[in-house]
Design a protein around this ligand. Structure first.
Ligand SMILES: Nc1ncnc2c1ncn2[C@@H]1O[C@H](COP(=O)(O)OP(=O)(O)OP(=O)(O)O)[C@@H](O)[C@H]1O
Ligand SMILES: [Mg+2]
Length: 421
């Protein structure tokens, strides 16, 4: 099978690493890829939002399947264009991706289908938004409707701050993405990410992971795209997962199909667990990054036939997924200044060294300089991942590998996995 993989982050490197192990794979091309992916397969410099360019590439290589990593490609309509071209695509249509790309749509959908989640309201004007805020107690949760690169959510401690956030968003801080705001009830509890493959109707649970959103140790500092993950996550007990599947995942797939926008790809449910009961924080329409990395390490089954089945409506016929008993961890190495203003260009050495047993290194924001040196080009730059017989061993292996990478400018959290240990 010939596969086109779209994306350039650590998530896509982990997908490439796993797909490359499939005995069914005959050729893989990634666009645009990164230096880590380039060590696995051919890469082409086509942007993940260049829909026309990606369709041409898929045709050129005779792709049997296109695997879409990032949500921006879905929002740009890549899956729709591939459907027109008759190329199977693991990734939702633009309409289905609204489950992530519009928080107003997603929350209204949750209300229509009685999914357990925070009470909410959607507003296009400041006055009614302010009035609605009065009905809550602090902290207040204010969200820009559209994609805002993980920066569109404000948890405000005071009414004053909450009003400022509303004004800020409606005032154009996030452009069109903030033309509508969602205000919702604050939910207490512990967060976990739950994944499911969807083929339009059938859903297949695809594991869970816990992320660390804040930049610094002890969950301090600004929110980021994620500084590390581990899986399994003890908070996602079999009971919690079964409830989330019955009360959210299945009704969501059925509801989206009934509304004419079937899900074909990953459904990522951000859950808040309180007293063993899951509530929906948000949906995403793609694998989490860096959650995907630990899932790929733990997955024993061949990934490729499952992605193809999700793309083509065959999930029901697939055998159960097999997972390793081991725990997996991912430590993100980030550039100085991340998340606000990451510095680019510093040189990274030691990535080709033997990083030890059970370790996998994924590139997230790197490039090759003309002289061949590996340099940092993004906020999150490398993902040091490891498997271990338990989380402590995985963690010790990952941090031992981190110590072998020579990148004085980079920083990372030293406490990934603390909640579970
Ligand atoms: N109603 C809520 N109650 C408590 N915390 C919340 C609530 N909504 C959001 N949060 C917090 O804010 C974070 C970001 O919210 P959300 O996941 O909706 O935004 P996002 O920008 O789409 O995130 P991501 O980049 O992970 O997709 C959540 O992970 C959670 O910690
Ligand atoms: Mg989101």
């Amino acid at each position: 099978m010939k596969v086109l993989l779209v994306g350039s982050g650590g998530r896509e490197h982990a997908l490439a690493w796993k797909l490359a192990q499939s005995p069914l794979l005959t050729r893989m091309v990634a666009a645009p890829g990164n230096p880590g992916i380039e060590a696995i397969c051919e890469i082409r410099p086509i942007s993940p939002t260049d829909v026309a360019g990606l369709v041409v590439l898929a045709r050129e290589i005779g792709a049997d399947l296109v695997v879409v990593g990032p949500e921006v490609s879905l929002e740009a309509g890549l899956a729709d264009a591939l459907a027109q071209a008759g190329v199977p695509c693991f990734g939702h249509s633009r309409a289905a991706a609204r489950i992530e790309t519009s928080k107003a749509f997603s929350k209204d959908f949750a209300a229509r289908h009685h999914l357990p989640t925070a009470r909410h309201g959607t507003f296009e004007a400041a006055e009614p938004a302010r009035a609605f805020l009065q009905g809550f107690t602090p902290p207040y949760v204010i969200k820009a409707d559209g994609l805002a690169a993980g920066k569109g959510v404000v948890i405000a401690a005071t009414l004053e701050e909450a009003r400022a956030a509303v004004d800020d968003m409606l005032g154009g801080r996030f452009g069109q993405a903030g033309a509508r705001v969602v205000i919702e009830e604050f939910m207490a509890g512990e967060e976990v990410s739950l994944f499911a493959l969807c083929d339009g109707e059938t859903t297949l649970l695809f594991g869970e992971a816990q992320d660390h959103k804040r930049a610094y140790d002890g969950d301090k500092g600004p929110n980021t795209g994620g500084m590390g993950t581990y899986s399994p996550a003890p908070v996602a007990t079999p009971q919690v997962v079964a409830r989330a599947e019955a009360e959210m995942i299945r009704p969501t797939a059925l509801g989206m199909a009934a509304e004419g926008a079937p899900l074909r790809g990953v459904l990522y449910a951000g859950l808040m667990i309180e007293n063993g009961a899951p509530r929906l924080v948000e949906y995403n329409a793609r694998f989490g990054d860096p959650e995907c990395q630990v899932l790929m390490l733990r997955l024993r089954s061949d990934l490729l036939p499952y992605l193809l089945a999700a793309a083509t409506g065959g999930l029901k016929a697939m055998p159960p997924l097999a997972w390793r008993e081991e725990a997996a961890i991912c430590v993100v190495l980030a550039a100085p200044g991340y998340p606000d203003a990451p510095e680019k260009g510093s040189v990274i050495r030691g990535t080709e060294a033997d990083l030890g047993e059970g370790v996998a290194l994924f590139h997230a924001g790197t490039a090759r300089r003309e002289d061949g040196a590996l340099i940092a080009t993004g906020g999150r730059v490398l993902n040091v991942c490891a498997l271990g017989k338990d989380l402590s061993q995985a963690r010790a292996r990952a941090y031992a590998a981190v110590a072998k990478i020579d990148w004085p400018e980079g920083f990372h959290r030293t406490d990934i996995g603390w909640r579970a240990l």
